[in-house]
Design a binder for this molecule. Structure first.
Ligand SMILES: *[C@@H]1O[C@H](CO)[C@@H](O)[C@H](O)[C@H]1NC(C)=O
Ligand SMILES: *[C@@H]1O[C@H](CO)[C@@H](O)[C@H](O)[C@H]1NC(C)=O
Length: 186
């Protein structure tokens, strides 16, 4: 009886161990492909960004990984929106114009949220091209938010780094899908 319990425990451990290894190699493989054209730090960024999310060990295929990437982007953007709201509440900005630009960014983040929610529906119904397009739309959000500051306004964005990170997360999720479903036929 005792030996049977040992065996059962052993096989359960073994199974979850193997499953985790499959997941780890799925993540490494997807990040490697996604970083093919990126900067050298991109691979480490990709691995860290996915692995620090507890859901990542449940991922079993590339679509689930892509969905996780989008969910990470949604939560990052939601945090970022709260950061900007706090800056506005505390009037922690340099000029009236900066304040206006930050309020524009908040509107943009809400729009981006709609694109990302749509993109989740697309990938769940295997509409990979539509997924790609809706992520394209979301990727313009952090860029347009920054553009207001950089154009000829000479204002300094307090969230430049966060917008850059958000862009990279979106780019990562888009690359997972691109490499798995679109690139071979393009
Ligand atoms: C995005 O939508 C989710 C779910 O509706 C919401 O909880 C979140 O606050 C939204 N984030 C942004 C940036 O609008
Ligand atoms: C977005 O995610 C990155 C990487 O995980 C993190 O460093 C950054 O603080 C996040 N941004 C916000 C506003 O939470």
């Amino acid at each position: 009886m005792k030996i049977l319990i040992y065996l059962v425990v052993f096989f359960q451990l073994f199974n979850s161990f193997t499953a985790n290894r499959v997941t780890d190699s799925l993540i490494q493989d997807a990040c490697k492909k996604a970083s093919k054209y990126g900067e050298p730090h991109y691979y480490e960024f990709c691995i860290a960004c996915i692995s620090e999310n507890p859901e990542s060990q449940k991922v079993r295929n590339i679509d689930e990984l892509t969905i996780l990437g989008v969910k990470i982007a949604i939560s990052n953007m939601t945090n970022l929106k709260e950061v900007v709201e706090k800056i506005l509440e505390e009037r922690n900005y340099k000029s009236k114009l900066s304040g206006k630009l930050l309020r524009d960014c908040i509107k943009l983040y809400s729009e981006g949220n709609n694109s990302l929610t749509k993109s989740l529906e697309y990938i769940k119904s295997r509409k990979y091209k539509k997924f790609h397009t809706s992520i394209d739309r979301a990727k313009t959000i952090p860029r347009v938010c920054e553009m207001g500051f950089n154009d000829d306004n000479k204002q300094k964005s307090p969230v430049k780094k966060d917008n850059d990170v958000l862009y990279d997360i979106l780019d990562m999720a888009q690359s997972f899908n691109l490499d798995a479903h679109l690139q071979p036929t393009m």
